[in-house]
Design a protein around this ligand. Sequence first.
Ligand SMILES: [Zn+2]
Length: 229
Amino acid sequence: MFHWRADILPGVSAAFTDAGAGNLALHVGDDPARVMARRSRLEESIGALPGSLCFMNQVHGTAVALMGRDSPVPEADAMVSRGLPLAVMVADCIPVILAGESGDGPVLAAVHAGRPGTADGVLPAAVDAMKSLGASRIRAWLGPSICGACYEVPAALRDEVAAKVPATWSTTSWGTPGLDLPAGARSQLEAAGVEVAYSGPCTLETQSLYSYRRDRNTGRFAGLVWCHD
Ligand SMILES: [Zn+2]
């Protein structure tokens, strides 16, 4: 069920699921009842209350939603909470988990960092939102995503994104223009004073993870962060 799972702060854990947890997204043509059953199983496995895991409608933007107990599902690509469990879904984009400490306990974030979001700064926006809640010593965990040697794009697109985030400029293993989103994310986080504590493998090269570039008609796996006793 989990590709990776670890305690990241006292009382706080994070994980990235694999295909064993099944597709967790409602927008990819899967049976909604089955998706909800998988989400329930996931909540049970992390000890979260039924229905407590916050998901978002991801739109490749930079909006950051501050999540409270009764918040509706936001249209956003980043969520921040003071301990409510958060989930981000991906299949090649980077699922980024962030956690920091504040006088009022941990401040958590889950971010969907794809190409447009990374270019437009969804990660710095999420870090700013965490800091506005008093978070310090923020660290980041970058889940599995397509790597710079596999993510081929037209040359003009590479130029456009690299003009905003220079570290994304890459060349694929077959010598064509590419984008290295994890390198770009790392550069943005480090510029914001955030230490990257973990970086996952390439989704396209790892069969146990969903990859849109490899399979087009595919599910979504998730990055998760939650509090526990
Ligand atoms: Zn790769």
